[in-house]
Write a protein that binds this ligand. Structure first.
Ligand code: ATP
Ligand code: MG
Length: 357
């Protein structure tokens, strides 16, 4: 009996809708070629849903997707809906209850893509950033008093727990261990933040002792931006807090050539809940409806989804197809300096998937 997967597709807003449609087409062709089943249930949650219903997703939304094998997400956000509503109302409303505490962002310069870094042709830059995705600076702890008055006070508290830090460190060390270089950089800011970040460092050292075969070092987040731009070859696997990794991974995506290429996975490592896969870019209303969104970040995130499902061969096949297509400048979308359209790239990837033996 060939395996069969049931995927919850949540395209969201803007170009999210365009790139998820492209991803569904590619995954359907790939499944046919590779001999497994894949079925998509579409959920039209997001900003338009919000305008009609006053919420980003229905009250029973989580129950409707909790038994799917994975979630394939586009992007969320619209110019006329406040950002914190779209973020907390959908992305975090899924990530948090499904305990997707490990956010994984591979970063590589794909064939045919030019990094803005001088001297970087490709192999020098090959990272995986692990972002703590459940607490820290984005724990939502804090408040405002005396709103609008001169004496107003507002706080955002970075809340870290020993259990939360230990599990992300373990995840990161394990991931580093699975990669050829077996090397992890722990990003910190314990020189200025004297409580939670110091605990973060201590737990890193404790967990490191469980992985004697993994080499590791520690880096202040400010110095890390310099190292990423000037010594990219000195990095491999990276772990950072919610906020730090948020910022560093945008830098990483830019260094790899375009925000349109970068993928991400929100993983619940224990498999109690479905994990969620998406491109890192946003809804990009400036190019919505023009048919020029780069779908490569979505395709790459589909390879991560396949790996997660255990379809490693199909994942590798799709990655080869993506790299064949990026290698051809005629198939570059405008964000990469080309004139290709989403449709051209999608059809080329499907053809490469079908043709690859
Ligand atoms: P968010 O608020 O979630 O960050 P955004 O609409 O600001 O969303 P970003 O992802 O931050 O969008 O992207 C910034 C700009 O980069 C976009 O406005 C768009 O011009 C470009 N861009 C982003 N993703 C893509 C893509 N897949 N293909 C082409 N261009 C893209
Ligand atoms: Mg943006």
């Amino acid at each position: 009996m060939p395996k069969s997967y049931r995927i919850a597709a949540i395209p969201g807003d803007g170009i999210g809708i365009e790139v998820v449609a492209a991803g569904v087409e590619v995954l359907t062709a790939l499944a046919e070629r590779a001999g497994f089943g894949i079925a998509f249930d579409h959920f039209d949650w997001g900003s338009d849903y919000y305008k009609r219903h006053g919420v980003m997703m229905p009250a029973d939304g989580l129950a409707r997707i909790k038994d799917h094998d994975a979630i394939f997400f586009g992007a969320v956000g619209a110019p006329d809906v406040p950002d914190h509503l779209t973020l907390w109302g959908l992305r975090l409303a899924i990530c948090q209850p499904f305990d997707q505490y490990a956010n994984v962002r591979p970063t590589r310069v794909l064939p045919g893509i030019t990094s803005p870094l001088r001297g970087v042709a490709g192999p020098e830059l090959d990272w995986v950033i692990v972002r703590e995705n459940s607490e820290g600076e984005y724990a939502g702890v804090g408040g405002r008093v005396h709103r609008g008055l001169p004496e107003e006070v507002a706080t955002d508290v970075s809340m870290m727990t020993r259990a939360g830090v230990a599990r992300i460190m373990r995840f990161a060390f394990r991931l580093a261990q699975s990669r050829p270089r077996k090397f992890l950089t722990v990003v910190t800011k314990s020189n200025a933040q004297r409580h939670a970040m110091v605990m973060w460092d201590e737990i890193a050292a404790e967990v490191a002792a469980e992985f004697p075969d993994v080499a590791w070092d520690k880096m202040l987040v400010d110095a890390m931006t310099v190292r990423m731009t000037l010594k990219p070859e000195s990095l491999d696997t990276i772990v950072a807090t919610n906020l730090h990794a948020d910022i560093l991974s945008d830098l990483a995506a830019a260094l790899a050539g375009s925000i349109g290429i970068a993928p991400t996975a929100n993983i619940n490592p224990e498999g109690h809940y479905p994990s969620m896969f998406e491109p890192i870019h946003g809804s990009a209303f400036d190019i919505t409806g023009k048919g020029i969104a780069n779908p490569v970040g979505t395709f790459w995130s589909a390879t991560m989804m396949l790996d997660h499902l255990g379809e490693t061969e199909a994942a590798a096949r799709l990655m080869r197809a993506i790299e064949r297509v990026t290698a051809d400048p005629a198939l570059h979308t405008p964000d990469l300096g080309g004139t290709a359209r989403t449709r051209d790239v999608t059809e080329a990837v499907i053809q490469a998937v079908r043709g690859d033996n």
